[in-house]
Design a protein around this ligand. Structure first.
Ligand code: NDP
Length: 259
């Protein structure tokens, strides 16, 4: 971790929860990125207040508007980031934004199936497509062989809830639309790993654990992991990733999870 240097990183859904903590821990590193792009749906609104407080103390942090279900917003975000980066590329894209809707098999609705898929799967696809030219540029600008998160990488924040083989916590939360979306996101990650390896871009799906955020606290049970521990774990795993991990599904401790 100590020697892990990422020149530029973008985190979606960065105004609260795991996304905000990722931004904070990147800023606190002894060798922080030259650019951290924190995206949120409404940079002017109250929900972005914690990010705005950070920007006033960290000139390497930029807040960028990005609504994951709006292709125009995603394209505008990519343009904005490119303006900041000038001639260099984006090294690390962390697709963190996501939603869950409470549901059971009986209560699940077409509306929530569509909304959750649009946010958790299509949104991540579109964000990755929009930032692909900048990721390619970062890969081309890094002389190191192989794949790594400091060169160019797409990190999709997934969930073990989407693991078909390890179907965790079914008795606690059925969240059918969410589980289906994360299983699809895992497949998207695998596809990205095949499609982008030749461009020097690593793709990986990461389960952050069951974390004490707004999302992690929706059920009646207390999530075991603090956001601080989850994100520390993720930031310890990222530097260890290489070509052999391309297209894998791992948790915040780096353990490989079954699909
Ligand atoms: P939170 O609900 O705390 O935060 C979600 C973030 O995503 C917010 O910043 C939210 O923005 C943003 N977001 C939601 N919808 C959109 C959208 N349409 N466009 C742009 N941004 C959006 O969740 P967590 O921090 O807990 O979760 C982060 C990721 O980790 C998610 O992908 C989640 O599925 C995954 N995860 C979380 C677990 C947990 O236990 N917490 C377990 C496993 C996976 P806004 O504030 O504007 O709504």
């Amino acid at each position: 971790m100590a020697g892990f240097k990422v020149r530029s990183v973008l985190v979606t859904g960065a105004n609260r929860g795991i996304g905000l903590e990722l931004v904070k821990q990147f800023l606190e590193k002894s060798n922080p990125p030259e650019w951290i792009f924190a995206t949120c749906q409404d940079p002017e609104g109250e929900r972005a207040q914690q990010l705005k407080n950070l920007v006033s103390r960290h000139p390497n942090l930029a807040i960028v508007a990005l609504e994951a279900t709006d292709p125009a917003s995603i394209k505008a975000a990519a343009t904005r980031v490119e303006e900041h980066l000038k001639s260099s590329g984006l090294n690390l894209l962390i697709n963190n934004a996501g939603i869950v809707r409470p549901s059971t098999l009986e209560s699940e609705t077409p509306e929530d199936m569509s909304l959750v898929y649009a946010t958790n799967v299509t949104g991540l696809l579109l964000v990755s497509q929009a930032f692909l030219p900048l990721l390619k540029k970062a890969a081309q600008g890094t002389p190191k062989p192989g794949l790594s998160c400091s060169k160019a990488a797409i990190v999709n924040i997934s969930s073990e809830c989407g693991s078909i083989a390890n179907l965790i916590a079914w008795e606690l939360v059925e969240v059918v639309s969410y589980r289906c979306s994360k299983a699809a996101l895992n497949m998207l990650t695998k596809c990205q790993s095949l499609g982008y390896e030749g461009d020097g871009i690593l793709s990986i799906a990461v389960h952050p654990g069951w974390v004490q955020t707004d999302m992690g606290s929706t059920g009646s049970h207390q999530a075991p992991l603090t956001v601080d521990v989850s994100v520390q774990g993720i930031l310890n795993v990222l530097p260890t990733l290489s070509k052999k991990d391309n297209g894998a599904f791992v948790n915040w401790e780096g353990k490989v999870l079954p699909w």
